[in-house]
Design a protein around this ligand. Structure first.
Ligand code: MZP
Length: 496
């Protein structure tokens, strides 16, 4: 028996100290890109992600729709493996069918087009775009295009403003067609609509595009898509049916795989990694985990894992620590494994990226995780709250919620992940709700703005430098007590 000399700590127990902010520290200069898979030290990773966030390998989180939305903002989803092989492969293929990027076809439909003409043009684009007509019927007057997510959201909330906004944009498109850019800009500025003009080769306006679509294209498409301009997507695999599941996922176009297990320090994971290297060499990339100490990391890194996932018991829906007495505070687990990752890189010349999985309850925890040295983060609860997640949306006491259940809950019965024989004998996860938070795009945009702002305060414009130079301080128990007492005694200003 051995007792570690330290206490097991979570992200919420730390704060960052600011560092010198110089002229180079501007939001535009902050590079949040991260290596996804192993690579020689000093060289670039063969797969990088522009936004260091990936969605959890969970049925309540990673659907094709969420995968596309997340790829559009530079991140990556892992389609869950707790389903028949053909269904998972079909989900992967559904993401790969979508062409990435911003295309003229999407916006080149004039307001005067009939619905039939608009639908014909849209069918060829492969984009999730809905047509808005003035009375909502197929024979109504065509007003414009809207993303399917926004359309569903508006319909769910009976938001009539969408129709009047589309009507206004349609009028503007007609009004600005053929104008010079300067003329159109002044009209659009006055209109206060969030649209941008697209100009043709003659410098004249041909169409309008929603600013959101344009920004997505400008910021991320080049970095997030493959050579053939399709969205990247990952897929979970297990240690049971990998001989059949992996070839099917590879054939469907999965860009990267990840072993999905609550305890990855096992010989079974090595068998899967051996299988992948034997069958595919380095052409198929696969992460492994989860582990919470340096020995677990080294075992998987030596076995050939492309990245290693860190975390046991920290998930928001996880009760493994109560049920089995296994786990470790996410901050403590990361601290030890980051040291091991860097030692491994010095010894072998190979850098194996770390994915910190679970336990992010606030955006500020992301900054702490990166300061500790995580390369990228896997999030479940965070993404489960968005319109794009596959979980049902429900109303309770006037509040909109999304269902969110753990893979170890009776609802998911993910026996391959929780390894209790063929079925789940006891639960390791809960089946609950999270507050609905709107679209992925809107939320990720704010989250990344916060992260950039923290990094700027700490004088860093890259995640590596942020980790290398971060100074963290532990908050006292008294701080927690005082915060909750202040809230209870109403001694904090309340928002009205
Ligand atoms: P969170 O972002 O909701 O805090 O945590 C998500 C992570 O929790 C997942 O990526 C996975 O590692 C873990 N998870 C998923 N299901 C369970 C469970 O049922 C679980 N216990 O712990």
């Amino acid at each position: 028996m051995r007792i570690l000399p330290e206490i097991s700590r979570t992200f919420g127990e730390y704060l960052l100290l600011p560092n010198l902010t110089d002229e180079s520290c501007t939001p535009g200069n902050v590079d949040l890109s991260a290596p996804l898979v192993r690579h020689p030290v000093g060289q670039d990773s063969p797969i990088r992600i522009a936004t260091p966030l990936v969605s959890a390998i969970m049925g309540a989180v990673s659907s094709p729709q969420l995968a596309i939305a997340l790829a559009q903002v530079g991140g990556l989803s892992f389609i869950h493996q707790n389903q028949p092989i053909e269904e998972q492969a079909a989900m992967v293929a559904a993401v790969k069918r979508h062409k990435a990027g911003f295309r003229h076809n999407d916006v080149n439909i004039k307001p005067s087009a009939t619905l039939g003409e608009a639908a014909g043009l849209l069918a060829g684009t492969g984009r999730e775009t809905a047509v808005v007509t003035d009375d909502g019927s197929a024979t109504g007057e065509f007003l414009g295009l809207i993303s399917v997510q926004d359309f569903n959201f508006a319909r769910h909330h009976r938001d009539d403003a969408v129709e009047s906004r589309m009507r206004r944009v349609a009028e503007l498109a007609t009004g600005t067609a053929g104008m010079s850019l300067a003329e159109a800009n002044s009209v659009l500025w006055d209109s206060r609509q969030d649209v941008l003009p697209i100009v043709g080769g003659d410098g004249r306006v041909t169409a309008l595009v929603q600013r959101r679509d344009y920004e997505l294209h400008q910021q991320f498409s080049n970095e997030t898509v493959d050579g053939d301009k399709r969205f990247r997507v990952g897929a979970g695999v297990n240690t049971h049916d990998y001989r059949e599941r992996i070839p099917a996922l590879v054939a469907a176009g999965a860009d990267v795989l990840c072993l999905d297990s609550s305890d990855g320090y096992s010989v079974w994971q090595k068998h899967v990694l051996d299988f992948v290297r034997g069958e595919y060499g380095d052409t198929v990339r696969i992460g492994a985990g989860n582990v919470v100490d340096g020995a677990g990391f080294r075992y998987l890194a030596d076995a050939g894992a492309d990245f290693v996932k860190v975390g046991i018991g920290g998930g928001s829906i996880c009760i493994t620590r109560d049920q089995k007495g296994i786990g470790r505070g996410q901050a403590s687990a990361l601290a030890e494994i980051v040291t091991e990752r860097d030692a491994y890189a010095r010894e072998t010349g190979i850098y194996v990226p770390l994915c910190s999985d679970g336990g992010v309850l606030h955006d500020s925890h992301m900054a702490v995780a990166f300061a500790f040295g995580a390369d990228f983060l896997m999030l479940g609860r965070y993404f489960a709250r968005f319109s794009e997640s596959p979980a049902p949306q429900v109303k309770h006491n006037g509040q909109i919620l999304k269902e969110y259940w753990g893979e170890g809950s009776a609802r998911a019965r993910n026996a391959a992940r929780y390894g209790q024989g063929r079925d789940l004998v006891f639960e390791e996860g809960v089946d609950g709700y999270v507050p609905y938070a709107g679209s992925l795009y809107d939320n990720v945009k704010v989250t990344l703005a916060k992260l950039r702002s923290t990094m700027i305060s700490c004088g860093s414009t890259s995640l590596r430098r942020f980790h290398d130079t971060a100074t963290l301080v532990q908050v006292s128990q008294q701080t927690f007590v005082q915060n909750s007492e202040d809230v209870q005694r109403n001694e904090r200003p309340t928002v009205v």
